[in-house]
Design a protein around this ligand. Structure first.
Ligand SMILES: [Zn+2]
Ligand SMILES: [Zn+2]
Length: 206
């Protein structure tokens, strides 16, 4: 799936992530929808910022689609365990927050069967090979459903009025007086006039 060539494909996201799963599909829809709603292209640098509130499979698809990545500093993780994703366009001065409606599932008997098989596989650990294959088939259908459903069945969104997070800064590094490794200046702890990295400072305090 490749939305008019504007975004990396879902297969690109799967390549990065290592497997295909419902969470990856959700992240793909979140990333593409956010960019369409903001009317932005993939950033070369930090023109677009993503603030994610969970560290699930979805975030890997968001990194591939939006080019808001951990290394570039325009992917900010807040460990709230929430199904919420905020995006800010610095160029356009606009922000948007997308949220899961309900966690998507197959409807009717298929949904119930999937839950039953999931429990047998992951919790009771008593599934047969045939049951695992049946589960995989249902999971593929769920992934397809997530990728093709009307977006407002999956997500809702609201505009943000707050300012985007400050851009990442390159900081000088300092050598830790204990382990001799390089440390970002802002992370140095000073004890009795000596510079320590965080783990060495914690160790020295024990
Ligand atoms: Zn996954
Ligand atoms: Zn150290």
């Amino acid at each position: 799936m490749n939305i008019r060539g504007l975004f990396p494909s879902f297969e690109d996201a799967a390549q990065f992530h290592g497997h295909v799963c419902p969470g990856l599909a959700i992240g793909y829809r979140v990333g593409t929808t956010a960019m369409q709603l903001l009317g932005v292209e993939r950033p070369r640098d930090e023109e677009l910022v993503a603030v994610v509130e969970n560290d699930t499979c979805a975030v890997d698809a968001i990194q591939v689609v939006t080019s808001c990545t951990f290394g570039k500093g325009n992917l900010i993780f807040k460990d709230y365990g929430k199904g919420g994703f905020s995006f800010f366009s610095r160029d356009k001065g606009k922000g948007i927050r997308l949220r899961y409606r309900d966690f998507p599932s197959l409807s009717g008997d298929d949904g119930a069967r999937m839950e039953q098989l999931k429990s047998k596989i992951h919790f009771e650990r008593c599934a047969t090979e045939a049951e695992r294959a049946e589960y995989d088939g249902l999971r593929q259908r769920l992934i397809h459903k997530i990728l093709t459903c009307k977006i407002d069945e999956l997500l809702d969104w609201l505009p943000l009025t707050e300012e985007p997070p400050a851009p990442a800064r390159i900081r000088p590094s300092v050598v830790c007086d204990h382990c001799g490794e390089h440390v970002m200046e802002t992370r140095i702890k000073t004890l009795d006039g000596r510079n320590f990295c965080i783990p060495c400072a914690e160790h020295a305090n024990k």
